[in-house]
Design a protein around this ligand. Structure first.
Ligand code: SAM
Ligand code: DTB
Ligand code: SF4
Length: 342
């Protein structure tokens, strides 16, 4: 990245850089990269603020798709059993507990290829309405959907839709063959057009090349407008899935991806998402310095383990981080030079 005048270092990109440039950004000396990401982070976000969401799997297992990482695909023999869509009351009780645990956003996930109109979708709409009425931000991840479905979710009070690009275009077909990257972009367009905030990110550690990681960041940063929320997941290997034996990543790869995401998508909330059980406190702290400002809290993600609430409370306490709604301290852009995209 070019260095600008001392008054506004590091400059932010005014246009999304090429994939080559992003690959070079990811390969910079780690501490230089983290330093620049931390500077960008502090320009746009309160550095002591951590947004906390809690997840619930509202419809588990039995999914038709072949996502190579997923415990919920019916194509793999995994420890996860197929279950029916939960009742609204059970979901609301879980959301109340999440609120008591300190979450300000409640994310509901369904092991569906796509949303289908009918009584089950109507039930999800009631879940969104009732969780919203608790004073929580609402998020769902239901697979692909069309425009009218997105508009109904918005009308029910949905704040965020999570739909990940998962990996770079050159690696995508090695991970998923039953729906395409183009399908994913189409769903994100429906989300955006309905006025729902976009939550989209990916998974590291699926055997992808550094080039594919740069492609993923390029794809995410090129969404226009950029996503409000970017989850960076590390593969949680699940027995029976195609990727159960994937080579574990070095922790520095995660830090680099968080830092580059922060630089390329400066206003987004960057979520250090699945995979924290495999990270040290020190590794997570470096991710927070590099710009990660959102976490999932609670013992479980959808079907796999997350760090315990007490260990997370201890970590945030040690680092002087506070759980806050939204996590952004507002746009802290101070540079008036016009060189910075802001
Ligand atoms: N079926 C919907 C879909 O695929 O969009 C929603 C649920 S799906 C489980 C949500 C996201 O969780 C996936 O897109 C993927 O990025 C992430 N995920 C699933 N299994 C994972 C794993 N084992 N490790 C890391 N991330 C995972
Ligand atoms: C996201 O990017 N990560 C979350 C959420 N969006 C839905 C899901 C992580 C799932 C990890 C594997 C599991 O628990 O099944
Ligand atoms: Fe898992 Fe979602 Fe893929 Fe289904 S579509 S296999 S739930 S990631």
């Amino acid at each position: 990245m070019d260095r600008g005048a001392a008054a506004c270092e590091p400059p932010e990109y005014v246009a999304v850089p090429s994939i080559d440039a992003i690959e070079a950004l990811l390969a910079r000396p780690l501490l230089d990269l983290v330093y620049d990401a931390a500077t960008v982070h502090r320009r746009h976000h309160a550095p002591d603020a951590m947004q906390c969401s809690q997840l619930l799997s509202i419809k588990t297992g039995g999914c038709s798709e072949d996502c190579g990482y997923c415990s919920q695909s019916a194509r793999f023999k995994t420890p996860v059993e197929r279950e029916a869509l939960l009742d609204v009351e059970a979901v609301v009780a879980n959301a109340r507990q999440a609120r008591a645990n300190g979450a300000d956003r409640f994310c509901m996930g369904a092991a569906w290829r796509e949303v289908k109109d009918g009584p089950e979708f109507d039930r999800v709409l009631r879940m969104v309405q009732e969780v919203k009425a608790l004073g929580l931000e609402t998020c769902v991840t239901l697979g692909m959907m069309n425009g009218p479905q997105a508009r109904r979710l918005r009308a029910a009070g949905l704040d965020y839709y999570n739909h990940n690009l998962d990996t770079g275009a050159s690696h995508y077909d090695q991970v998923i063959t039953t729906h395409s990257l183009a399908d994913r972009f189409a769903t994100l367009e429906h989300v955006r057009a309905a006025g729902i905030h976009v939550c989209s990110g990916g998974i590291l550690g699926m055997g992808e090349t550094p080039r594919a990681r740069a492609e993923l960041l390029h794809q995410l940063a090129s969404l226009s407008p950029q996503p409000e929320s970017v989850p960076i997941n590390t593969l949680v290997p699940v027995a029976g899935t195609r990727l159960e034996g994937a080579t574990p990543l070095d922790w520095t790869v995660v830090v680099r991806m968080v830092a580059a995401a922060r630089i390329l998508i400066p206003r987004a909330v960057i979520r250090l998402s699945a995979g924290r059980t495999g990270m040290t406190e020190e590794g997570q702290a470096l991710c927070f310095l590099a710009g990660a400002n959102s976490l999932f809290i609670g013992d479980e993600l959808l079907t796999t383990q997350n760090p315990s609430p007490s260990s997370d409370a201890s970590l945030l306490g040690k680092l002087g981080l506070r759980a806050v709604a939204g996590a952004s301290g507002g746009d802290r852009e101070a540079c008036g030079s016009g060189r910075c995209a802001g």
